[in-house]
Ligand binder design. Structure first.
Ligand code: NAD
Length: 444
């Protein structure tokens, strides 16, 4: 019996290290195909959620699209704080889905910790070398420079005692058509046999698996695809600076009607795990990073964008600002590198009173993350002179416009940074200046 069949028939199990967006969605999809999964995390509440059959992050259950409860009831999915439960003779595949970034920079301590723990399988009697698939985003060189030497130190030869590869994720967690099972999946192992085995295993849940020449090629695909996006978005923001009195948002929408050009939207900057970090991953792994001048410039533009927003708001004399949405994009509970956070920080440092709202976060978490008091939406907006719509979450979108307008009595400025410009249809009174990011004079 091959490994794929052993997994599908329950003879072998699959382990998942880290049960956030990436890990939990992998777990759910494999379990849905009948594969017994065991996961671990350092957060007890995530362990409890899995064992109850609940998604471990807000709204993830909608994106997954099938009922998770029966999978937990029948113990097809199970989670434990005790990582040693994952290093057992019948666990044949390990998915590594932990964070690989910290404070906006690639960060490898958690990866090292997890790899060291997986390496303890050496003392467990198995009839096969285990397969380790890193789904977390990696700098192209990290497997060769860190993971393989670490395993060697533990007495394991990669490709023989342990099989290792990377299969980065590119899901978009709010779009049903951009799920784990439908998006093309690039995979690459340190040997071609490993790549074949990875394709076989991931083929259980992914319809379209693309084999890369090796792990380095697979890892860099993910970084380069996102570096392209960051370059394009930074260019959109540079254009609004170069042509401040033209409606660059509208121009770029028309540019995007050309058959081989996408539509890019000026904004407060990029956020999340992937796009802002991708150029750094590409630069960090490059043999000749000095050749990547475009990336260096786009990083500078992108990370400088929140400061430009702050400067413009201060010039406009804002005093009391309400922020709607601290997440970096709509309907996700992810504020990693969200550009609204440096905007909030900059305003507060300049003495502006800032309060925040985000329906996907608890009030105490919002306070901890931003250092600001919270307010209710829409009733608590009275009293702000400025509203920054940071993320276009559903509750901000699907609401009677009258309720928004009734609470903007003192407001004179609204800046809409939402991906879909969700407030563009609102009939604001003359006393309110409304700008979608990228419109003429939005950064005056
Ligand atoms: N979220 C996305 O849209 C997305 C998309 C593509 C790639 N990625 C990449 O996938 C990786 C994971 O991202 P995510 O969104 O799932 O993050 P996440 O923060 O939602 O989940 C990571 C989980 O790992 C856990 N963890 C931390 N240290 C651990 C340890 N030592 N042992 C076990 N678990 C530990 C955390 O508690 C957390 O629950 C990152 O490298 C990220 O860049 C994320």
């Amino acid at each position: 019996m091959n490994l794929r069949d052993e997994l599908k028939t329950g003879k072998k199990r699959l382990a998942i290290w880290g049960l956030g967006y990436i890990g939990f969605s992998s777990m759910a999809h494999f379990a849905h195909e009948g594969v017994k999964c065991i996961g671990t995390d350092i957060l007890q509440w995530r362990i409890d959620a899995v064992n109850r059959g609940d998604a471990t992050t807000t709204n993830l259950e909608y994106w997954i699209g099938f009922d998770i409860k029966p999978l937990a009831r029948e113990k097809v999915i199970h989670a434990t704080l005790d990582w040693q439960d994952l290093v057992k003779p019948d666990v044949a595949v390990h998915l590594v889905t932990i964070p690989t970034e910290k404070d906006g920079k690639p960060y490898h301590d958690i990866l090292k910790d997890v790899i060291e723990k997986i390496a303890t399988f050496k003392s467990v009697k198995t009839d096969h070398p285990v397969l380790v698939i890193v789904e977390s985003t990696l700098t192209p060189t990290v497997v060769d420079h860190l993971v393989i030497p670490l395993l060697k130190q533990k007495g394991l030869e990669v490709g023989k005692d342990i099989l290792l590869g990377v299969a980065p994720r590119r899901d978009w967690f709010t779009a049903a058509d951009k799920g784990l099972n439908v998006l093309p999946r690039v995979v690459g192992g340190t040997t071609s046999e490993t790549t074949d085995l990875m394709a076989d295993v991931l083929g259980i849940i992914c319809k379209n698996v693309i084999k890369a020449p090796d792990h380095k090629h697979a890892a860099i695909v993910k970084s380069i695809e996102n570096a392209y996006r960051q370059l394009d978005i930074a260019f959109a923001n540079q254009l609004t600076l170069a042509y401040p009195d033209m409606d660059m948002k509208c121009i770029l929408e028309m540019v995007g009607t050309k058959w081989n050009v996408n539509t890019y939207r000026p904004s407060f900057g990029t956020g999340g795990y992937c796009i802002p970090l991708a150029p750094q991953y590409v630069l960090e792994g490059a043999k000749n990073p000095e050749e990547l001048t475009l990336l260096q410039a786009s990083l500078k533009t992108d990370f400088g964008q929140p400061a430009r927003v702050v400067k413009s708001l201060l010039k406009r004399g804002v005093k009391k600002v309400g922020v709607l949405g601290i997440a970096y994009t709509q309907d996700l509970q992810v504020h990693v590198l969200s550009p609204i956070l440096p905007v909030i920080k900059g305003l507060k440092e300049a003495g502006v009173q800032v309060k925040v709202n985000d329906p996907y976060y608890k009030d105490e978490d919002l306070k901890k993350i931003t250092g600001c008091e919270t307010f209710a939406f829409p009733d608590g907006m009275e009293g702000f002179d400025t509203i920054l719509l940071g993320a276009g979450h559903m509750p901000y979108h699907f609401i009677d416009h009258g309720r928004i307008l009734a609470n903007l009595k003192s407001c004179t400025l609204v800046i809409d940074n939402s991906d879909r410009t969700i407030w563009k249809e609102i009939n604001f009174p003359k006393s309110v200046q409304y700008y979608a990011t990228g419109q003429a004079h939005w950064l005056d």
